[in-house]
Write a protein that binds this ligand. Sequence first.
Ligand SMILES: NC(=O)c1ccc[n+]([C@@H]2O[C@H](COP(=O)([O-])OP(=O)(O)OC[C@H]3O[C@@H](n4cnc5c(N)ncnc54)[C@H](OP(=O)(O)O)[C@@H]3O)[C@@H](O)[C@H]2O)c1
Length: 234
Amino acid sequence: MLLAGKKVVVVGGSSGIGLAAAEMARREGADVIIASRNVERLDKVAEKLNAIAIPADVTSDDSVANLFHRCGPVDHVVVTAAQLCTGSFKAVAMEDVRATMEGKFWGAWRVAREAEIRPGGSLTLVSGFLSVRPRPNSAIVSAANGALESLARALALELAPVRVNAVSPGVIDTPIRAAMPEEARRDMLAKTAAALPVGRVGAAEDIARQISAFMANGFATGSIVYIDGGALVI
Ligand SMILES: NC(=O)c1ccc[n+]([C@@H]2O[C@H](COP(=O)([O-])OP(=O)(O)OC[C@H]3O[C@@H](n4cnc5c(N)ncnc54)[C@H](OP(=O)(O)O)[C@@H]3O)[C@@H](O)[C@H]2O)c1
């Protein structure tokens, strides 16, 4: 088992990619702590995984400080927490775009500052392929993802010997689109799948596999890996 005896924290571990990363780390023998805001959902998932649940909100300095105070020294940290507000550039409200950066970018920043990661351990950020393949109505997400990828490279230097990497997913079928009308969601996923060389959209496990690889591979730092089903070559 690749992570036997290691302590892994997944911030955003109650759903989607974070949940798959937490499950995989458990299967690889790690002790896992998951953190997110909705306590009921967090506790339910933690019980199922036999993991520890610590409620936290990455938009709050105090909450993130409290999380890592409770965790103590750890081996690997993964940040998947994000809640995105998008819209057309001219129309989207400033409070919405600020909220997107507050969670996705500053959230990861706070985690990187507060986590006490043992030498040789790792921090994995999750960005998104819109950083390099923008789409209309998502400028703030492209900007947040691009900033996260730059941050991962900068922190690979500044936090060494802790290793810092980012995985940049393409379209992954997770609860992140739960608010979309079901038919529109299915239609969008089917069209995306048909356009991709792999003929399908991603599953959370596809990204979790890369997160696991970053944890286990002691030579990986400053890497940005795009796992997108070929979205960048079409
Ligand atoms: N799914 C995709 O197609 C896709 C593509 C590219 C990039 N990504 C990126 O991958 C990451 C994970 O996405 P996902 O699809 O796994 O989303 P998801 O299923 O919605 O999971 C998001 C997780 O983050 C937690 N979270 C959200 N805001 C938080 C906050 N302020 N503080 C603490 N926890 C918070 C959520 O729990 P609570 O709500 O209970 O806090 C949940 O556990 C995101 O950064 C997303 O932008 C996803």
